[in-house]
Design a protein around this ligand. Structure first.
Ligand SMILES: *Cc1c(COP(=O)(O)O)cnc(C)c1O
Length: 471
């Protein structure tokens, strides 16, 4: 399996090179050259696999034979040994028809640990095997940063710098990043919002000389490995639901996904292209609803930025959208490039009617406003004694609003409620923090504040990279 860019100028890149490239050098995103399609018999063979073995089975299609099997196996098992649940991503039956896929049992209590624990192992592998310096650079709306830092803190040959919008991530998210004291971690607290952080990261990566001189690596969901790792739990959830409901085997199962950068839901789309029986992918957003408007109206156009109870979804321009656009355009790189160029020039993309039909076949969407989010948290806490975090609540609320009653849906629970206590308190619910989260409040903090200019970011980055450069 090789990879190429959605914009067509980067071709035939191997797995490790694709992993290291992150954003393609032509500004597009890397996609696999072909998507493996499983038969229902092959799919059934995977039913009894553990999460780890399912991950290995799926990765084996994508790693291009570049990593010896035993080494990949060690990495996968090490990645998920840090999880607090032996099933890694267990499924919890919330109601008769809503199944919660709990993705928050990793070190930072959010779903991003699933991909980023593995990527931490992969970066370590590459640093050792190829003796290549790794400088990870990323932007976060809160959870990616913490997960990525946990994935590589203290690892030899790796530096990580994370930009987060100062004061716009939750207290626990901030502490999870800034209480890490390892020398190889730099936290930049940026005056601005997540989109400002992401724009600066994109600019730095688009500067090909800067990127190669400093061996920059991306952990944002522009990295194809994140997407690949995230396909695994869609399969896992399908097996667990159909274990409980054998009559649903082989029929399309709906998934509801709290969405920001479109990475997680795109992984579901990929799983569906691989042959998993997926029904509707419910795209749950909050007031930052560019994607909801796209699914409903066929126009992709940012409007004002809103601060919400679900900050990890407070995103205007969704990086992974381009990957879906590429597929919905029939894998036509020229058209994808033209659409993205038009977006850059005019600030919006409109798709023709027949494409919109396809989009609406693949997705349903609902933007969950703040009051609805809190009401959903309260409702499930009162009725079934299950405390949803605000992101997971958006997923559940969107499923309720868009799907016919009585049809089974897997709703992705993307974070633990303790990460977002600010919102939980607004519901007048008192929660007990898990011990690893309570402990954060007594730890010393290390962060560097910068204004929203790229010059300031670079001024902090250069000495950080220099200190490990071989003189
Ligand atoms: C990142 C994140 C999301 C959004 O995921 P995307 O892949 O960016 O769409 C949703 N919920 C939580 C808790 C997150 O951390």
């Amino acid at each position: 399996m090789q990879y190429h860019s959605t914009r067509g100028q980067v071709k035939e890149v191997g797995f490790i090179d694709a992993f290291l490239m992150g954003l393609a050098t032509d500004g597009g995103l890397l996609v696999p050259s072909t998507i493996p399609v499983l038969t229902s018999e092959q799919l059934e063979e995977w039913r009894t696999f553990s999460f780890q073995d399912l991950m290995l089975a799926i990765l084996s299609y994508y790693t291009n034979g570049e990593i010896p099997e035993d080494e990949l196996k060690t990495m996968v098992y090490d990645s998920y040994s840090t999880f607090r649940h032996e099933e890694v991503t267990p499924v919890h039956k919330l109601t008769d028809d809503i199944y919660l896929l709990e993705l928050f049992h990793g070190p930072t209590f959010a779903f991003k640990d699933i991909a980023l624990q593995l990527m931490g192992q992969l970066y370590s592998y590459v640093a050792k095997k190829y003796n290549r310096p790794i400088n990870i650079l990323g932007a976060t709306s809160g959870d990616t940063g913490a997960s990525a830092i946990q994935g590589v803190r203290g690892k030899e040959g790796i530096n990580i710098c994370i930009l987060h919008p100062n004061g716009k991530v939750s207290k626990v998210q901030e502490l999870q990043m800034t209480t890490v004291q390892d020398e190889n971690v730099l936290n930049l607290a940026v005056e601005g919002n997540f989109d400002d952080c992401q724009r600066m990261i994109k600019e730095l990566f688009a500067d090909v000389d800067f990127k190669s001189e400093h061996h920059l690596c991306a952990i944002n969901s522009i990295n194809i490995v994140r997407i690949l790792a995230q396909t695994v739990y869609y399969f896992y959830a399908y097996f667990r639901v159909t274990d409980q409901r054998p009559e649903l085997t082989g029929t399309p199962l709906h998934f509801s996904v709290p969405t920001g950068n479109f990475g997680d839901i795109f992984a579901g789309y990929l799983a569906s292209r691989m042959g998993l029986p997926v029904g509707k992918l419910v795209l749950a957003t909050n007031e930052n609803n560019i994607l909801e408007r796209f699914v409903k109206e066929g126009v992709y156009k940012p409007d004002g930025f809103h601060t919400t109870y679900s900050p990890s979804m407070d995103i205007q321009v969704a990086s992974n959208f381009e990957r879906y656009l590429y597929y919905v355009l029939g894998e036509n790189t020229e058209q994808t490039e033209a659409f993205m160029r038009k977006f850059k020039e005019s600030g919006e993309i409109g798709v023709p009617e027949e494409l919109l039909k396809q989009v609406q076949h693949d997705f349903a969407s609902h933007g969950v406003i703040g009051a609805e989010c809190l009401a959903t948290i309260t409702k499930y806490n009162d009725q079934v004694d299950y405390l949803l975090d605000p992101h997971s609540a958006c997923g559940v609320a969107a499923a309720e609003q868009t799907l016919p009653a009585g049809e089974a849906v897997v709703s992705l629970a993307t974070a633990h409620p303790a990460k977002f206590n600010e919102s939980i308190e607004l519901c007048e619910i008192k929660q007990e923090f898990p011990a690893p989260i309570s402990a954060l409040f007594d730890m010393p903090v290390k962060k560097t504040e910068v204004d929203g200019t790229i010059e300031q970011v670079v001024a902090e980055l250069l000495p950080f990279y220099d200190r490990t450069k071989v003189k």
